[in-house]
Structures are given as structure tokens and as C-alpha cells.
Design a protein around this ligand. Structure first.
Ligand code: SF4
Length: 380
């Protein structure tokens, strides 16, 4: 075990690590400036269990009905060896008929419904390299492949829905999503989230090929989203560029390499261990846990409520500390460099002299104060 692993293990305590997946990697890009989240994720800490022990409300999750609908739609699209998917991809990627072949990597060499990720990754790797080097008949579609991505020095197993590749050996990630594309337009927020997840698969596939000396351009930046068309259950395939998301995710993964630096800033013996008892219920005093969280710098934004289990804890903390972030993204961005409401008020009222870099924003604050005072006078 490396010393980094040992240090992260101390933070996590006695429970096994929660592995990364494409969704957690996508969440990294949602708030890359948060050291707290970076450390908790790198140590594989169960944030949901942490939030439950702290008695926090959790972010809204998909309903079971929506999850079941998503599974049913994916099954429909990949049924009969991908028969409904093939014509869609043939059109979206320009595949020709002789290129169509299919392999489901869900179950490898056994009758089990699902083989281990390690086994499925080994099979995926062999099929992809075989196709990439044209050592055998190249597969056009790989269903339920398993890829591996290095995250902060650890191997994370990721499961794209489908990988498709063309005759010239360029691979495409295909994501099947149950949100609709209406008149050719998906919901932009949902589409961006799907492309960010797909970016993790693109990077993992590039890592696999790079190990074999193959260049990154063998994996396309263009991702195919397969969604229900309009208000029906009929699938449609749309190519989207994930270039921006790939670049962002790549940069954030690079930032995780500064973990030793973050760990060095922690007081000795800091841990987020929930100390489960014989009945597996956490026994760690809550105030100790809150104190441990306070040792790592958060970067709260209202968007945290959509992607992080600790959002309500960090929001309360930001409010208690009078942080400008608690007032919303627009205020925080407008007051960039001024972290607390008290500082903003002191600068406005002249109780604090602005440093050179805060002169512009101080002028703007004083201007806003004058307008506010004038308006109050007018209405008096
Ligand atoms: S909720 Fe807290 S820990 Fe999570 S990303 Fe936001 S600031 Fe970071």
C-alpha cells in the first residue's frame, strides 16, 4: 500500500472505499474548487452515510419510476443484439452494413447475469485492442463494456452503455438516456450532464489505447446520445461534441494529483471515520465529525444541492460564517475576492480600506449603496 493510500485510509476509517463511477467523476467537474469534496471522494468516503449520520436532508434523487423507465428504455434499445440501435448508429456514424456485429460483455465465460468488473474489463480490453489492431473481425458494437480510468492513482471501473466503432477504427461512446429529445433538442442541462459522464468513458478508452501505444484520436470527441424521440418511446441517436467536457474533466483529474498537498494541510489524526458499531450503526459523535469537516476548505455554491450529499451542511456553515456564497452564485461571482458579507459591508461603509485589487468592486458597492439610499429617500 502506498503512503498516499495509507493516509486516505486513515481519513476513511474502518469502512471499505466507495469506488468512483462516471457519475461521481462528472460531479467533480461541477465544483472543482472544493477541497472538501476532492478529499472525501479521493478517500472513497461514503458521503451519503456521512450525511445520514449528520441528519442532513439529501439532494433530490430520481424516483424509482424514473429509474425503471430508464432501464426499460435501455433494454428496448439494446434488445435482440442491438437490433434497434444498429440502424440509428448506422445513420449517425455512417456505418455500412457489413460492419455490423455485436458483443455483449455483461457476462464473460459463464451463465451468470453479470461477471466481475475485472473479468469484463479484461474481455473489453481484448476486444478493443483486437479491433484497433485489426487482428480479427472488428466488432461494431460492444454492449455493457467495462473500462478503467486512473483517478488520483487508483483504478476506477466505468461502464459505458455501448461502444461503437467505425471501419477506420475510430471509437465512439454511445450513451442511452431516457430524457427526451424534442424536435432535435434535448434539455441542455441533462445533455451536458450526460456528455460529462461520457467524457469519463472517452478518457478511459484513450487510457486503454495509450497503454498499447495507440493515439488519443482513435477515440472520437463526438459522443452519440440515444434518447426517446419527442413524446414517444421510439429512440433517436444524436451526435454531440463532448470536447469541452473532456477537457474539463481531464483538467480536474489532474488537480486530484495535488492530494498530498491537501493532506499536508490537515491537522494530524484527522479522520471522517463513522466508527460503525457491531450493528454497523455509526457511533462517532456528530460534533467530532463536524469539527473534522471544518478542517477542509469547502467551496459552497447553490449548485451543490444538485450533486453533493453534504450540501445542506455546507450551506448552513456558509450562512453561519456570513459567506457571500450563501447568497447565491450571482452575488458570489459579482463579489469575487470578497468572501464574507461582513467584509463587503465594511468596504461599503468605509470601515475598511480596500486593497488595490478590491478598489473597483468597492466603488461598485458604494455606488449601489447610494442608489439604494436615493430610492429609500424617494419612497419616504
Ligand atoms: S456541498 Fe460542500 S463538500 Fe459538497 S461540493 Fe459543495 S462545498 Fe464541497
Amino acid at each position: 500500500m502506498s503512503s498516499l493510500d495509507a493516509r486516505l485510509g486513515v481519513l476513511r476509517g474502518t469502512t471499505p472505499p466507495i469506488p468512483h463511477n462516471a457519475r461521481t467523476l462528472a460531479a467533480l467537474t461541477a465544483n472543482p474548487s472544493c477541497d472538501r469534496r476532492s478529499l472525501l471522494d479521493a478517500a472513497g468516503i461514503d458521503k451519503d452515510a456521512l450525511a445520514a449520520h449528520l441528519d442532513l436532508p439529501r439532494p433530490l434523487r430520481k424516483s424509482q419510476l424514473a429509474l425503471d423507465y430508464g432501464i426499460a428504455f435501455e433494454r428496448k434499445v439494446t434488445a435482440q443484439a442491438g437490433a434497434p440501435l444498429v440502424p440509428l448508429l448506422r445513420q449517425a456514424l455512417g456505418l455500412t452494413l457489413p460492419e455490423v456485429s455485436y458483443e455483449d460483455v455483461n457476462s464473460v465465460g459463464s451463465d451468470d447475469d453479470k461477471s466481475s468488473p475485472q473479468l469484463r474489463h479484461a474481455r473489453t480490453r481484448s476486444l478493443i485492442l483486437s479491433a484497433a489492431h485489426r487482428r480479427s473481425d472488428p466488432r461494431t458494437l460492444l454492449d455493457h463494456p467495462v473500462l478503467r480510468l486512473t483517478v488520483a492513482g487508483h483504478q476506477a471501473y466505468l461502464e459505458p452503455d455501448v461502444l461503437a466503432f467505425q471501419r477506420d477504427g475510430v471509437f465512439h461512446v454511445v450513451e442511452i438516456k431516457s430524457f427526451p429529445v424534442i424536435h432535435g433538442q434535448p434539455d441542455p442541462i441533462k445533455a451536458t450532464a450526460a456528455l460529462t459522464q461520457a467524457a469519463a468513458y472517452v478518457l478511459a478508452l484513450r487510457e486503454l489505447l495509450a497503454d498499447d501505444g495507440l493515439p488519443p484520436d482513435r477515440v472520437s470527441d463526438t459522443v452519440i446520445l440515444v434518447n426517446p424521440r419527442n413524446f414517444t418511446r421510439h429512440p433517436t441517436a444524436t451526435p454531440f461534441s463532448a470536447h469541452k467536457q473532456i477537457k474539463n474533466l481531464s483538467r480536474h483529474l489532474g488537480r486530484l494529483r495535488r492530494l498530498p498537498e491537501l493532506l499536508d494541510k490537515l491537522p494530524p489524526a484527522t479522520t471522517f471515520d463513522l466508527a460503525p458499531g457491531p450493528d454497523q450503526k455509526p457511533t462517532r459523535p456528530r460534533n467530532e465529525l463536524v469539527a473534522a469537516l471544518a478542517t477542509v476548505r469547502p467551496h459552497y455554491t447553490p449548485g451543490c444541492r444538485h450533486h453533493c450529499d453534504l450540501a445542506f451542511h455546507c450551506r448552513t456553515e456558509a450562512r453561519n460564517q456570513g459567506r457571500t456564497a450563501a447568497l447565491g452564485t450571482a452575488v458570489r461571482d459579482d463579489l469575487a475576492g470578497i468572501d464574507t458579507i461582513a467584509t463587503a459591508l465594511d468596504l461599503t461603509d468605509g470601515r475598511m480600506h480596500p486593497s488595490r485589487d478590491k478598489q473597483d468592486i468597492t466603488q461598485a458597492l458604494r455606488h449601489a449603496q447610494r442608489i439604494h439610499a436615493d430610492l429609500q429617500q424617494d419612497t419616504a
